[in-house]
Design a protein around this ligand. Structure first.
Ligand code: ADP
Length: 492
């Protein structure tokens, strides 16, 4: 890929590279609730290294104001028409790591909550959509491609193509990245019509109608010039009814314009050799620090201090998607293996949280359930655990398994989406692999994969080479950014 990209770059010359504007609801480190923010925050920096001028447009959420207000420069303001309402909109500019970020300011829509939930969220992002479209001609930067992300910005291509005829917005190219197809922004059509003035003729199954609702994401899938998602396997999966959430038809019809690019992680932040959150540092050639991390984790969270007891960890949202039903079904059987320890860091559905709390009281000294979100602790868990369990029902990309491998912790994953694309399962005949995997969403298959991991744990030579192979795998964002660069070039 690198060679291919470099040769195209030489042929075209840097001047011919398209200008990119990324539009998204969140952008790390300014605002973040999930992996989307990481992609939007990291990609422009990586593209810059390749010679692109890539900028970001994102809401000016309160969390950004609180931290960056004194570094932000006011560019211009105008009024946005949203149905019968007229709302003030400011465009501010922030330079961060040499990347220009345009912030859409509205006290009315962007306060404490990045996502307001329900109908209110539809209005929040309908405002953002209209504001972006109206602001583009005045930014002093003409994008060739607008890169939209998830449903919150998926209406941009449709509105540009159907409501801005003759204006520069209608001549731009539009890329839509689907980070998770399960979230679509579905609302009553009248509501959408009221907010964005969409004509009746678009409320049909060929355009944005889906199961009696208007789907923002479907409109994006229909009108974007190109669609991609966050792993090649997920790009195939969403063309099927099981994963497609009703969009499998349009995605199959457009399968030539649909591709997958796996995300990367920030390898500077996630580096066991320099990570300030760890009680001891290590690298693939010297793993003694990892043992110290494990003992510290056991000590600090009430687990028996046993170097010979493997720690199986989960760092995750506690939702159905992440396979907690399988964990609930199998936990007691797995805990029969006396040396096994379990560490869960996560929060989410109350039932799963309660199940884990209850399990902690039943398996004192062998199971720790830390309910909550804690970035620093997550680093310590990635470093201190031996295995990371990710039995997801579906996983568009998944970052946790990549972080785990970088920290020499072997992932045990279900073969879906980005998990399948990033974890090479252990082959007992050749010794190859960077983790363990199972195919079907089935508790017994998961148990077999865990037991294989347990078996390997007791073979130090096998473990040593698996850990080395996992730590050598390349999950840097540079690899993904070159694939995005190619995609942009193909779009012109
Ligand atoms: P998703 O975006 O579906 O939640 P990913 O695996 O793509 O799943 O990304 C999850 C990210 O959030 C990872 O960086 C993971 O370490 C982090 N994370 C998830 N839950 C927690 C938690 N409770 N505390 C700290 N970090 C967490």
């Amino acid at each position: 890929m690198k060679k291919q990209f470099r040769s195209i770059l030489n042929e075209k010359g840097r001047k011919e590279l398209p200008n990119i504007l990324l539009a998204a609801a969140e952008c790390a480190p300014l605002s973040k609730t999930g992996g989307l923010a990481d992609v939007v925050g990291t990609l422009p920096k990586a593209l810059k290294k390749l010679g692109f001028d890539a900028r970001v447009i994102t809401p000016y959420h309160r969390c950004i104001k609180n931290k960056y207000a004194d570094r932000v420069e006011h560019m211009f303001d105008f009024y946005v028409n949203l149905g019968w309402r007229t709302q003030y909109c400011g465009i501010e500019r922030l330079m961060l790591d040499d990347v220009c970020i345009y912030l859409v300011d509205s006290e009315f829509y962007f306060g404490d909550k990045i996502y307001r939930g329900g109908q209110a969220e539809g209005e929040q992002y309908a405002f953002f959509t209209r504001a972006v479209l109206d602001a583009i001609p005045n930014l002093g930067f003409t994008p060739d491609i607008v890169h939209c992300n998830d449903w919150h910005t998926a209406m941009l291509p449709m509105l540009a193509k159907t409501q801005y005829g003759g204006a520069m917005q209608s001549s731009l190219r539009w890329l839509l990245t689907i980070h998770n197809i399960a979230y679509q922004g579905k609302f009553g059509f009248e509501y959408v019509q009221d907010l964005l003035g969409v004509e009746d003729k678009y409320y049909t199954p060929e355009f944005m109608e889906l199961n009696g609702c208007a789907s923002f994401l479907k409109a994006g899938c229909v009108f974007a010039d190109r669609i991609n998602t966050v792993s090649p396997t997920y790009a195939n999966e969403i063309k099927t009814a099981y994963f497609g959430e009703g969009l499998e038809g349009i995605l199959s019809a457009r399968s030539n314009e649909l591709s997958g690019i796996i995300n990367g992680i920030d390898t500077k932040v996630f580096n066991p050799y320099t990570d300030p959150a760890l009680p001891a540092r290590y690298h693939k050639g010297r793993l003694s620090g990892k043992k110290l991390c494990k003992l510290a984790l056991q000590r600090d969270f009430g687990l028996e201090q046993r170097e010979d007891a493997p720690i199986f960890a989960m760092v995750t949202r506690m939702t159905e998607q992440k396979g907690f039903d399988l964990v609930e079904r199998m936990l007691d059987e797995l805990m029969q293996y006396n040396d096994m320890q379990f560490f869960v860091l996560g929060s989410g559905d109350k039932d799963y949280e309660d199940f884990m709390r209850n399990a902690e009281s039943r398996y004192k000294g062998r199971l720790c359930a830390f309910i909550g979100y804690n970035e620093e602790l997550s680093h310590r868990v990635y470093a201190g655990a031996d295995f990371l369990l990710m039995p997801s029902r579906f996983e568009p990309c998944g970052l946790s398994q990549m972080i785990a491998m970088r920290y020499g912790t072997l992932p045990i994953v279900r073969e879906t989406g980005g998990l399948k694309d990033s974890v090479k399962p252990y082959n007992r005949y050749t010794g190859e692999g960077t983790g363990f995997s199972f195919a079907d969403f089935n508790a017994h298959e998961m148990k077999d994969a865990v037991l294989l991991a347990l078996e390997c744990y007791h073979k130090p030579e096998v473990m040593k080479s698996l850990i080395r192979q996992a730590m050598e795998a390349d999950f840097s964002f540079d690899r993904s950014s070159e694939e995005y660069a190619m995609l942009y070039l193909w779009m012109l």
